[in-house]
Design a protein around this ligand. Sequence first.
Ligand SMILES: [Zn+2]
Length: 306
Amino acid sequence: MKLLSIVTLAALAASAPAANAAVNVMASTEDLADLTRQVGGDKVKVESIARGYQDPHFVEAKPSFILKLAKADLLVVVGRELEIGWLPPLIQQSRNAKIQPGAEGYLDASLTAKILEIPTGQITRAMGDVHPLGNPHYWLEPGNGRKIAQAIRDKFSQLSPGNASYFAQRYSDFDARLAAAEKRWDATLAPFKGAKLVTFHRSWPNFMERWGLDVIGYVEPKPGIPPTPQHTLEVIDAMKREGAKLIVVEPYFDLKTPQSIATQVGGKVMVLAPSVGGTKEATDYIALFEYDVNQLAAAFKQLGGK
Ligand SMILES: [Zn+2]
């Protein structure tokens, strides 16, 4: 009996990473990499593929990532087809069975998050709509950040059970810091509840819903489709009609159309960070919201409340 348990323990030790070997993680985006770091601390090594200043729908699939994916114990992805244009061939060519979709080392962070704009009826990417499975920018809401961090904690505990209490403690510290920050952000944005604005891409539904801000239109006619003169006129009309003055643009889009709209409506263009690394201030998940919330509040204040 005693011998059997020693043999069983030895077999477990051989299959699981050594207690002090760091779990090797690749994350598709810097947001997921940071949440991984928050929970994993020094028990994990993590790197992201997309940079926060890049359009996450269109990332260059550099071959150097194949080698990194080949060595990964875990791959964390945004899912909802955000990465469909660049990640699947990298995963496939890594030939790493651990991180293939459906394997233990593949974590789709969208599975436990609150997803908005899920299309009803036939799902299609016709006309270039890059959000066929609901809005994939769901990390831009602290409640979802918390859910992603929980999913990462649970996955780490599964992959490295000896460190489960360490991950639980790290998660709980992050949760407390996030909750304190949320109180601050709620207070900062409370005066602007109901304020109307336009965004370039549909990156912000979770964010805007969280703080009661009203997106009345998009510079893109559809997610992934560049502005057209006809649609731009419609946006200008809508902004004039509704009294919206602010146009939020992600860092990777051309400012020409937003600026011409702003001129027409007497408004303002503002670049916000949709991801960690999207601006130099957005150094981690909490700093990302700190920056965006303060920028938005300052803009609404300057433009005269609502
Ligand atoms: Zn998108």
